[in-house]
Design a protein around this ligand. Structure first.
Ligand SMILES: C[S@@+](CC[C@H](N)C(=O)[O-])C[C@H]1O[C@@H](n2cnc3c(N)ncnc32)[C@H](O)[C@@H]1O
Length: 249
């Protein structure tokens, strides 16, 4: 494993501030679009951040939806620890419940949500349609799921993206490895067609809406850096057991 791979796996923990700055430069436009979509509707009663990672979306949801109860789940207990620390630091612990998805088992099997957000999770999951099915199980009738993903086929070169992130001033010694890590991360993203195919193959079947999100670069703005999908649960949702809830125990 080279330094770039090591960084890719461990940089959020080893260099949290560098990671946050780079993540902010790259991902912030996507979070801003999510904020618009979430705020365009009345506050949900219960919202879930599926694949919360370091908690970026859960913490934002707590601010965007001051009246909602917020759950945040992930398969990585390491990242959950970091998310919980961050929630504590920002005084949001009481607003957010964090839980581990352990071997496919959702931490709160009875919970149902009016809003689920999955930000940059499909590409990381290794099975995008199956992941959407798991989200579908958690929705109340008529609820919505907002999915945001970076697009592998976006018209942006790795070097351009790095230049945009470098405006966040990564430490000089780390730059070569960070550049490779960023390129490796981009190479894992899904092309648009794969994302839409996963929706078609899932219980959602079709996206209610798709919106492209742009990314400002130093010299221009790329119009198709991310896609945001709104998925809807039908008004009548199958009971969880019949719809394939993983066995308990
Ligand atoms: C790139 S991170 C995104 C984290 C966060 N949503 C954000 O916007 O910063 C991808 C996250 O998806 C999680 N993940 C991967 N496969 C998953 C699965 N099957 N179910 C839930 N989370 C998963 C990873 O552990 C990781 O935290």
């Amino acid at each position: 494993m080279g330094l770039a791979d090591l960084l890719l796996d461990h940089w959020p923990r080893l260099f949290p501030q560098t990671y946050e700055r780079i993540a902010r430069a790259w991902l912030e436009p996507a979070y801003a679009a999510l904020a618009e979509e979430v705020r365009a509707r009345p506050d949900p009663q219960a919202a879930l951040d599926y694949g919360t990672g370091p908690g970026s979306v859960a913490l934002r949801l707590a601010q965007w939806c001051p009246d909602a109860r917020i759950d945040a789940a992930d398969v990585s207990d390491n990242l959950l620890i970091r998310a919980e620390d961050e929630a504590r630091r920002k005084g949001l612990s009481r607003r957010i419940r964090f839980g581990l998805i352990d071997r496919g088992r959702f931490p709160w099997p009875e919970a149902r949500y009016d809003l689920v957000v999955a930000a940059f999770v499909l590409y990381a999951s290794g099975g995008a349609a199956a992941l959407l099915d798991q989200i579908h199980l958690r929705l109340r009738p008529g609820a919505r799921c907002l999915v945001v993903e970076g697009l592998r086929d976006a018209a942006v070169a790795d070097a351009e993206l790095f230049a945009a992130c470098e405006t966040a001033r990564a430490p000089r010694l780390l730059r070569g490895a960070l550049r490779r890590a960023l390129a490796a991360q981009r190479a894992r993203l899904l092309p648009r067609e794969r994302i839409l195919a996963a929706v078609r193959d899932s219980r959602f079947g079709v996206a209610a809406r798709a919106r492209d999100i742009g990314l400002p670069l130093p010299d221009r703005t790329v119009s198709d850096a991310f896609v945001l999908l709104e998925l809807r649960a039908p008004e009548h949702v199958q009971p969880a057991a019949a719809a394939g809830e993983p066995a308990r125990g």
